[in-house]
Design a protein around this ligand. Structure first.
Ligand code: KG4
Ligand code: ZN
Length: 340
């Protein structure tokens, strides 16, 4: 073992810790709070922060145990600093700072979106640049040109809702509990994706790489209203399949087009929506048709996790002990989207 990093992620509703050595994941522990939030239909920030606080130490202990690594063997600590729910982020940042300070270790403050892109750097995917990265999560939807993992360049992003947000809101209209993605995908498998024609955002906008999901969400709302309760119940699977298709197809199409326009030989996907089987299928097929290399990380590395934070930390400046004591969590993304 050469250089094991302990990483902590608490930006939303997963309390996660991982030990990663170079590109090799030694452990990847994720304690999801999803069930706690399901009764409210979405993440309640205060509930998330409190739960991170009660869980984070046990999750870190488990990550070290699973990796078979002692804290004194860890070379540095990485933590998600931004963007996310501020109370949730604070728990991770305060924990990481305290642990690093008390053990004399250096700290790396990581951007969550950088983590989603860097997940493709990890084994067994281990993709090397150049490539175009699609990141589609609950809070963000974007394409980046990656010539260097240290500095992804934004090509386009959603102008309104994120893909995951549209999925969660649409799922809710169909009576699927939060988080809607897995439930919508399961229901969609039983339906016909061509049954309803939902609009594809920005289809006519030419060469850009931006996304829009407000229109498709509204179209589902109107369809459900027109069908009424009984009609919606009878057509739930068709609605789910058509809606899922209207969300994931533009993601795959623009990813392929961006790779062609920028002349890169590879594409990657990341973020919670990249766990979607239909998106994975479309991207695999699209890449095969064009002779592109495709990086599709394991589903657990697409949804929020700490291994991806360790990966991004490999491309983020290290803050030496104890210069980080005044550093803080930040709720927002910086202009341009990713802070290195
Ligand atoms: O990256 P992530 O875990 O958290 C954020 O950074 O937001 O993404 C969460 C999003 C949620 O909107 C969730 O419904 C969606 O990813 N998601 C999925 C699937 N699994 C999770 N969407 C579609 N299909 C899935 N299988
Ligand atoms: Zn995420």
């Amino acid at each position: 073992m050469s250089d094991p990093v302990l990483a902590i992620e608490t930006s939303c509703d997963e309390t996660a810790a991982a030990v990663v050595d170079g590109r090799r994941i030694l452990s990847n522990v994720i304690a999801s709070q999803a069930e706690l939030h399901a009764v409210y239909g979405g993440v309640v920030p205060e509930v998330a922060a409190r739960h991170h606080l009660t869980t984070v130490n046990a999750v870190i202990d488990r990550a070290l145990d699973d990796a078979g690594v002692r804290l004194d063997q860890i070379s540095r600590i990485a933590v998600t600093r931004r963007p996310g729910l501020i109370g949730a982020l604070l728990v991770g940042v305060a924990t990481a700072k305290a642990l690093a300070y008390a053990t004399g270790k250096d700290l790396v403050l990581v951007d969550h979106l950088h983590g989603h892109i860097a997940a493709s750097w990890l084994q067994p995917v281990a993709l090397d640049p150049p490539f175009v990265a699609l990141t589609a999560s609950g809070g963000h939807t974007r394409l980046d040109l990656v010539h260097d993992y240290a500095s992804p360049q934004l090509l386009g992003q959603t102008l309104d809702d994120a893909a995951g947000e549209a999925i969660d809101k649409g799922a809710r209209l169909l009576g699927i509990p939060y988080p809607g993605g897995p439930g919508l995908e399961a229901l969609a498998r039983e339906g016909d994706a061509g049954a309803f024609r939902f609009p594809v955002g920005l289809k006519s906008r030419g060469p850009g790489f931006d996304f829009s999901y407000a229109g498709v969400k509204t179209a589902l709302l109107y369809a459900v209203r027109d069908l009424g309760d009984d009609g919606t119940l009878a057509r739930r699977a068709d609605l789910a399949a058509s809606y899922q298709e209207a969300i994931v197809r533009p993601l795959a199409d623009r990813l392929m087009r961006a790779a062609e326009v920028h002349g890169v030989p590879a594409v990657s996907i990341g973020g919670g929506v990249a766990a979607n089987g239909r998106l994975r299928e479309l991207v695999t097929q699209g890449a095969a048709d064009r002779g592109l290399t495709v990086a599709i990380p394991d589903r657990l590395l697409c949804t929020d996790n700490a291994a991806m934070i360790a990966a991004a930390a490999a491309f983020t400046p290290v803050i030496p002990w104890p210069d980080y004591v005044g550093e803080d969590a930040i709720a927002t993304a910086p202009p341009g989207g990713i802070a290195a």
